[in-house]
Design a protein around this ligand. Sequence first.
Ligand code: SF4
Length: 218
Amino acid sequence: MLKDGEKGAVIQRDKKTYAIVPHLGMGLVTAQQLRKLADVSEKYGAALKITSAQRIAIVGLKEEDIDSIWSELDINPGAAVGLCVRSVKACPGTTFCRLAKGDSLALAAELDRRYHGMKLPWKFKIGVSGCPNQCAENCIKDLGFHAKNAGWIATVGGNGGSRPLLARELKKGMSNEEALELAERVIEYFNNHAKKTERLGRLIMRVGFDEFKNAILS
Ligand code: SF4
């Protein structure tokens, strides 16, 4: 039996079959990738499930098929479990949405390129939205950016789950470069200060928001 996350496979409820979650950054998927996902699920008798992380999981696979399925898909595994940066969730932003004030897909793509799968003390989720409606659910992300006319607004410390927390505003009026610099400082702080399995929101509660803010912005 594979360990959870080994070969990008996640053990399922029946304790016999696995799900794999190919990395579809920001939920963007090409027609060719969709065809491959459909072909593989049909060939191996698996189900497809759209996840809350803007991915498509292939569910109900046998252990002996996992290697050949990855090779047929030719898509990297998504960081779906474990202590790391998980998916970067993004709304359509100025690429598609008429309400957008910022290019959320571009900022999210750069964050995804830099951090997806990076090992950290616990899971770390990022959301990027093109306007204050925050369709990428920034309020329950460890780190979020949403756009207003004056630039990006960063929020920190949100999470869903059994002990949910709402994110708080950290800084506003940022350019793309400033947002990326801030992300680097927040992730570095989290990596250096969080206890194992402590989410950023709990870390901020432990050290105090003002102290955290000073450490990041000073
Ligand atoms: S957050 Fe704003 S820009 Fe993004 S999809 Fe929602 S309404 Fe559109």
